[in-house]
Design a binder for this molecule. Structure first.
Ligand SMILES: [Zn+2]
Length: 117
């Protein structure tokens, strides 16, 4: 089922899949065009793959930005909780101080300094 073409220069018959006449080297226009189109298709495919890669790179970059934002949010939340916890603690110690003052006013000391006398 192999198609044969006749060379227009030397009249030799050769396989149609060949780009050039194997005898005289004359280019077979249709095959040459096919080859050219094939190359064009390759270039187009390469370009397409590069754009896809570029899209992926952009997506990757976006996800990296999202990750940074998420990390910042987590840090901010942790800081907020830390501040809340610290302020809660200092408030508690302040109320403890008030309790101590109250107890001291009542003549009851929580600290035993009386042992010296
Ligand atoms: Zn030829």
């Amino acid at each position: 089922m192999e198609q044969k073409i006749r060379c227009r220069t030397c009249a030799a018959e050769y396989d149609a899949s060949l780009v050039r006449c194997p005898f005289c080297g004359t280019a077979y226009a249709l095959a040459e065009e096919k080859e050219y189109m094939g190359k064009l298709e390759e270039v187009r495919e390469e370009l397409h793959q590069q754009t896809v890669k570029g899209d992926k790179r952009i997506k990757k970059g976006m996800s990296a930005t999202v990750r940074v934002i998420l990390a910042a949010v987590v840090v901010a939340v942790l800081l907020l909780f830390g501040i809340l916890w610290l302020s809660g603690r200092s408030e508690r110690s302040r109320s403890d101080q008030k309790k101590e003052e109250f107890l001291q006013n009542q003549g009851i000391t929580t600290q035993q300094e009386v042992t010296d006398r």
